[in-house]
Design a protein around this ligand. Structure first.
Ligand code: SIN
Length: 192
């Protein structure tokens, strides 16, 4: 699969004909909603966990030195907390471009905090995509993030904004917070 998933996502018509679609965000889509939405609700999806296992050639790194950003990996029984947005189908043109580096739209059941549910979409970068970096220790991931930067800014901002957003939602993510802890420890070791 090529890095650029725009064409594949445009062919995805799971909610074709719907006037409004729910989108679940678990990474930068939690803290950076640079698109119009009708409604936004704290939500979660089942059987997936966040991991910094996806390479970023276009936002938090470059093709020669990709940064590390989040994707979801299958994890039976896990609950992934995030933010759901009710959007109109036209918004997918912007989202497909933003998430073009390996992410594909997947249909999922979204559970809201009041126990309500809806079918919706989530962007996931699978291990078969060309920008996939895969597992590393949380210390290695922190080091990688500390040294990466791309057109959207330093890779560390992606991590710290997400960690702050999760705390503001009252959510704990062991992987994200462990990587943040390693990054803070690296910063303390920096001279000056
Ligand atoms: C998401 O936030 O839902 C997808 C991954 C990202 O853009 O960080």
């Amino acid at each position: 699969m090529s890095h650029d998933t725009i064409a594949l996502n445009q062919r995805m018509n799971r909610f074709g004909g719907h006037a409004q679609v729910w989108l679940f965000g678990y990474g930068s889509l939690i803290y950076k909603a640079d698109f119009p939405y009708i409604e936004r609700r704290q939500a979660r999806i089942r059987d997936w966990s966040r991991r910094f296992w996806q390479g970023s050639h276009d936002h938090r790194g470059t093709p020669d030195a990709p940064g590390r950003v989040l994707t979801l990996v299958p994890d039976p029984g896990a609950l992934c907390a995030g933010m759901a947005y009710l959007i109109t189908p036209e918004v997918f043109a912007h989202l497909d471009h933003r998430e073009k580096n390996g992410y594909l739209r997947h249909a999922t059941t979204i559970e809201f905090d009041d126990c309500d549910r809806a079918e919706g979409l989530v962007y996931i970068a699978a291990r078969t995509n060309a920008a996939w970096l895969g597992p590393a220790s949380e210390a290695e991931i922190a080091h990688h993030i500390a040294t990466s930067e791309g057109p959207s800014g330093p890779n560390r901002d992606y991590l710290t904004h997400l960690a702050e957003a999760l705390r503001a939602l009252g959510e704990h993510d062991a992987h994200v917070f462990a990587v943040e802890k390693h990054l803070n420890a690296l910063d303390r070791r920096e001279p000056g």
